[in-house]
Design a protein around this ligand. Structure first.
Ligand SMILES: Cc1cc2nc3c(=O)[nH]c(=O)nc-3n(C[C@H](O)[C@H](O)[C@H](O)COP(=O)(O)OP(=O)(O)OC[C@H]3O[C@@H](n4cnc5c(N)ncnc54)[C@H](O)[C@@H]3O)c2cc1C
Length: 383
């Protein structure tokens, strides 16, 4: 197997880096969190380059570029902590899902995603439906040409900046749980919707609670067939889990730690060497995670939808970000007097990452759930 990128792919990476070179250094936990800050103007600039939905067919506003290029673009954007949160989830999950299952009218939304004029957030989780997603209780009942939607979603990322939400809801309560689920595309400005912020442990408003109170949703907004939403959802999650973005969220911090250690003073008892070895371990692991991510990109390039492979990449990448943050804390512990402004800024980043990376192994399905997928679908073990 040839692991090298083509010259055109290298040139594309250089182009993305050049585009990102004007970004100011990050100064806040919000900018450094997974998917960065919200900046619609930045998303517009990315769209003007044709990079949102770059792998999509031209009829949907794409550039028909390859999936390896998409992984390169993602790696560079997220490593640079670029503010991609307005468009990222829509591009990653909703574009491909609409392309495969949307009606002709729903497919019109894909072009809007590509031009950064439309963001669709994902309303799956509820207070009693997380890992056991089939337990959703949000109810949609037909009334004339509409569904009437009632219920609650929780942990909905970036809903406060989104235009629509894909709601996972129950349309038939009288069949086994996963057979009565449908997906509705809902305009977030519809009467009866209220969005409440949830502030995470580092003080960032990344996700929300959403309440639906007799919300009327046109029946034409049903995505896929009624009561068959579960199967579309499983695929949507594979799109979510397959990317390189989770692994590289803390890649920049990793590099900054390496730089710090190059000039850091020696410590008694060979402690600096122990830390250097620990950071070297993280580097080796990072390379493994990087290959797992590009394996998934390669599968997308072959027209496959990775399944347990996406889970492998997700669980490995997110657990790596936590290990990296722990290693950072060991550095902070050893060099408690990080006294210069640059060192204090590094310490802030490490401390924020230590807290923030905890959520990485929950979002998109917990590590336990990923391991269940790997063991049953990957290794063929019994349920
Ligand atoms: C940063 C972040 C962003 C998120 N964004 C969104 C979003 O945009 N949209 C959305 O819908 N949701 C979102 N979520 C919610 C996320 O999908 C859920 O938190 C996740 O699926 C876990 O569900 P839960 O929190 O209800 O935990 P639970 O399902 O209650 O799990 C609790 C614990 O039990 C374990 N567990 C549960 N079932 C099993 C099992 N069968 N085998 C082994 N262990 C098990 C879990 O691994 C976990 O450790 C987000 C979460 C986070 C942290």
């Amino acid at each position: 197997m040839d692991f090298r990128f083509t010259p055109a792919q290298d040139a594309f990476r250089a182009e993305v880096r050049d585009f990102l070179s004007t970004l100011p250094p990050t100064r806040s936990a919000e900018e450094e969190q997974y998917l960065g800050a919200h900046d619609k103007d930045f998303s517009k600039r990315v769209a003007e380059r044709g990079w949102i939905g770059q792998a999509w067919p031209r009829e949907f506003g794409g550039q028909e570029m390859g999936f390896i290029e998409r992984a390169i673009y993602t790696e560079e954007m997220i490593t640079a902590c670029a503010p991609v949160s307005y468009h990222f989830i829509s591009e990653r999950q909703m574009g491909p899902t609409l392309m495969r299952h949307g009606t002709d009218e729903q497919k019109q939304l894909i072009r809007k995603i590509a031009s950064a004029d439309m963001a669709i957030c994902i309303g799956m989780s509820e207070p009693e439906a997380g890992s056991d997603l089939a337990n959703v209780a949000t109810r949609a009942v037909i009334d004339g040409d509409d569904y009437i939607l009632n219920g609650q979603k929780i942990w909905t990322s970036h809903a406060q900046h989104s235009d629509m939400i894909m709601v996972v809801c129950r349309t038939n309560p009288d069949v086994p749980k996963h057979k009565g689920i449908s997906l509705l595309l809902v305009d977030l400005k519809s009467p009866g919707i209220s969005i409440r912020p949830l502030i995470n442990m580092i003080g960032v408003h990344g996700f929300n609670e959403i309440f639906f109170d007799d919300v009327r949703v046109p029946r034409k907004n049903l995505l896929g067939r009624e009561n068959e939403g579960w199967y579309i959802l499983a695929e949507n999650l594979d799109f979510e889990r397959g990317g390189i973005e989770r692994l590289v969220t803390t890649a920049k911090l990793h590099q900054e730690l390496i730089e710090f250690m190059k000039t850091a003073p020696e410590l008694p008892g060979g402690r600096k060497d122990a830390l250097r070895h620990e950071i070297a371990e993280r580097e080796i692991e990072f390379q493994v995670g990087w290959l797992l991510s590009y394996r998934v990109a390669w599968q997308f390039a072959q027209g496959l939808v990775p399944n347990y492979e996406a889970s492998m990449s997700k669980v490995y990448g997110t657990e790596w970000t936590q290990r990296l943050a722990r290693t950072g804390m060991h550095v902070v512990g050893a060099y408690g007097l990080m006294a210069t402004p640059e060192q204090r800024e590094l310490r802030r980043k490490i401390e924020d990452a230590y807290v923030n990376t905890l959520s990485h192994t929950l979002a998109g399905g917990t590590s336990e759930v990923q391991r269940n997928i790997i063991s049953t679908r990957g290794l063929g073990l019994p349920r």
